[in-house]
Design a protein around this ligand. Structure first.
Ligand SMILES: Cc1ncc(COP(=O)(O)O)c(C=O)c1O
Length: 399
């Protein structure tokens, strides 16, 4: 008989994979996948970059590279992060296979079975899965519209004590909650963490995707703070600002933590794809990012606007939702005790899909909520999809 490791046995078999698979049906209007719109991916820019490479660089792109990343890309990302206020004294940067690998490496070097990863509730599925894969428990702390609720965070940290090794946060355009931390809440958070022995993992794949340039100031990383009362590891990603298929992200951490992560990465994949690192390095060095971001911000803002208008138009009383200032997501809260799986089944039968709430609950239970991603659905389909989901909510209410 096969005898799987406790890590493999601990991996959450997920309802969500089943839902995502059925939601991939092209006849369904899907708000399920948190993916960029394919039509917006920069295929033309990538063609131009590749065609402009020297033969020597093309060959470097096809070789193995250093574990911590292709040096020109490391230099470009550092420059980019310095422009956001991050200081690299005693800090290192590792290029990773997506933001997901950055999260996984931090989990790997900190978590033993029985440890605790404290997260927001709801939280990103990929991070919850990574923490659980090392045998850790995930304990969620609720949020309001300004971020994690500090009093409840402190209660949780007091209760979990030394077992709590990681505090995982997505402060900007949250997946799935769609909220962004206020400047004040970030300050309170830093104050609250003074003297605590915990590593903050700041996950920031969406920070560039604000809809209104006045909100840019909300996206200054915690990692850029002058006084950091605890260790902060920062995870970045090219998935939402270039292309997820490149599978590139990065981790910034103290040299001590980064060294351990680099050793861990060596045994996983030796190095991230040199090929896509060369493309990403050129994307940054040729200054293609700013104009591309302007296109993305305008397109996602339009989609979010259509979805918000449609929710207002069709959702019955008792349903509430967040109003994102950027990113990909709206989080919908159903009237109490309504089961979003029942709503899903009804909506799906009529041609629309989303992700049920319990997938994002660190405890895997709370299901009176759901996530809508507006990022990849064609603009002319959004209203119809929301009308179908709203009708499914009404029908479930009547049951
Ligand atoms: C909050 C969050 N963190 C990390 C990631 C992972 O991104 P990547 O594709 O770079 O691995 C995602 C992807 O959806 C995400 O939503």
């Amino acid at each position: 008989m096969l005898s799987f490791s406790s890590s493999a046995l601990g991996m959450r078999s997920s309802e969500i994979r089943r839902l995502l698979k059925i939601a991939a049906d092209p006849s369904i209007i899907s708000f399920a996948g948190g993916t960029p719109a394919s039509s917006l991916l920069p295929a033309d820019i990538t063609d131009e970059i590749y065609n402009g490479l020297s033969d020597q660089t093309k060959r470097a792109a096809m070789q193995y590279g250093p574990t911590d990343g292709y040096p020109p890309l490391v230099a470009e990302i550092k420059k980019y992060m310095e422009s956001k206020g991050i200081n690299f004294d005693n800090q290192d940067l590792i290029v990773t296979a997506g933001g997901q690998q950055a999260i996984n490496l931090v989990a790997k070097v900190f978590l033993d079975p029985g440890d605790v990863a404290v997260t927001e509730s709801p939280s990103f599925i990929g991070a919850l899965a990574a923490f659980k894969s090392y045998g850790a428990d995930t304990v969620g702390v609720p949020m309001d519209n300004e971020g994690i609720i500090i009093s409840q965070l402190l209660d949780t940290l007091d209760k979990t004590g030394k077992k709590a090794k990681i505090l995982y946060l997505t402060p900007y355009f949250h997946n799935p909650a769609g909220i962004t931390y206020s400047v004040n809440r970030k300050r309170q958070l830093m104050d609250a963490l003074k003297g605590r022995d915990i590593c903050v993992l700041e996950d920031d794949p969406y920070g560039e995707l604000y809809f209104d340039s006045n909100d840019k100031k909300l996206t200054v990383p915690l990692k850029a703070a002058k006084d950091q009362p605890v260790q902060i590891c920062y995870a970045g990603s090219f998935a939402k600002i270039f292309s997820p298929g490149m599978r590139l992200g990065w981790l910034i951490a103290t040299s001590e933590i980064a060294d351990k992560c680099q050793l861990a990465k060596q045994s996983i994949d030796a190095c991230s794809s040199s090929f896509t690192q060369v493309l990403a390095a050129q994307f940054l060095s040729q200054n293609k990012l700013p104009a591309y971001l302007e296109t993305l911000r305008a397109a996602y803002a339009r989609r979010a606007g259509i979805m918000l208008d449609s929710l207002k138009k069709y959702m019955p009383e008792g349903v509430s939702w967040t109003t994102p200032k950027g990113g990909f997501y709206i989080w919908v809260t159903l009237p109490q005790n309504m089961d979003s799986t029942v709503v899903f089944n009804e909506a799906f039968a009529n041609g629309a899909a989303f992700v049920i709430g319990s997938a994002f609950d660190p405890a895997g239970i709370k299901n009176d909520c759901l996530r809508l991603a507006f990022s990849s659905t064609p603009e002319d389909k959004i209203e119809q999809g929301i009308r179908i989901i709203a009708e499914a909510v009404r029908k479930t209410m009547r049951k």
